[in-house]
Design a protein around this ligand. Structure first.
Ligand SMILES: [Zn+2]
Length: 286
């Protein structure tokens, strides 16, 4: 049976929300052009106000969504976290995640605040852009807080859309051997090292993979489609895969985020799990 996007409700666990000024800077960066006038990242389809962005999620049947953001320099994470706190007070369907910069002197302080006082679900780390190693000693106290308080780490540790010295399976393992029980969401299903990340699911029951920007027709990720995990693999790990889109920083219509998955024509239960139930369970959404 072929299902359509509108046949399901969604919890999108990979969406970005930033203070407007920072959002604009990120979009400018994505759309920078090289000497041949070619876009360096990709054109962003949804350069809108946060209110408009949320409305579009609602029209796409998204009931809850995360607020992933990150700090790119010193002394800005606390400001972004405070902004996210105000955002989640207004937008109750937001699942708030915080950010951190390893060189901030007050990092323990603001992370304790977002966990204890603001009820954030975890933090997002983006080593590709933030340029520090996941297994950086300056982060150990933060990681201990995540574990002690049962929070989540969302991390872009895969080598898509490009790699640098801070990403990849090897870097992830340096970290995971130390924090093997942490609640972790690996973005983009660990692209492009899918197999290695999928294999980790058997030994690490608190590890999850999100589908953001995978199974997209004509994707901007420079990969061969044949490398992506097969439908059988998705089925056998249907409790450990979470739907995410990377909205709004995507170069296509939102509906394409589910199209490739729906084209596999897997059982309805599978789609309910990855689109909604898994996230509902792990985040205790009532
Ligand atoms: Zn993202």
């Amino acid at each position: 049976m072929t299902y359509a996007h509108k046949d399901f409700e969604y919890i999108d666990i990979h969406t970005h929300f930033f203070p407007p000024k920072i959002f604009k800077a990120i979009w400018d960066y994505f759309e920078q052009r090289d000497d041949d006038d070619k876009v360096i990242g990709w054109p962003v389809n949804y350069k809108l106000s946060n209110e408009e962005l949320i409305k579009i999620l609602e029209t796409n049947n998204v009931k809850f969504f995360t607020t992933y953001n990150y700090a790119h320099k010193r002394n800005i994470a606390e400001y972004i976290n405070e902004w996210t706190y105000k955002f989640k007070m207004v937008h109750t369907s937001a699942i708030p995640f915080g950010c951190v910069w390893p060189n901030d002197n007050n990092r323990i302080n603001y992370i304790e605040r977002i966990f204890d006082e603001y009820d954030f679900y975890g933090i997002k780390i983006q080593p590709l852009v933030q340029k520090f190693h996941l297994n950086d000693k300056r982060m150990y106290e933060i990681y201990d807080l995540i574990i002690d308080k049962g929070k989540w780490l969302a991390v872009h540790i895969g080598t898509a859309p490009y790699r640098n010295e801070y990403v990849g399976y090897k870097n992830f393992m340096n970290f995971l051997t130390r924090y093997s029980n942490m609640n972790i969401i690996v973005a983009h299903m660990g692209a492009f090292e899918y197999k290695k990340f999928i294999n980790l699911l058997d030994q690490h029951e608190n590890l999850y993979l999100d589908t953001a920007m995978i199974y997209i027709h004509n994707n901007v990720f420079p990969e061969r489609e044949t490398k992506r995990p097969k439908p059988e693999t998705l089925l056998s790990y249907q409790d450990r895969i979470l739907f995410g889109s990377d909205y709004p920083n995507i170069p296509y219509e939102y509906i394409n985020s589910t199209k490739g998955l729906l084209n596999f024509e897997l059982p309805r239960k599978f789609y309910e799990n990855i689109f909604y139930h898994n996230a509902k369970r792990i985040f205790n959404i009532s």
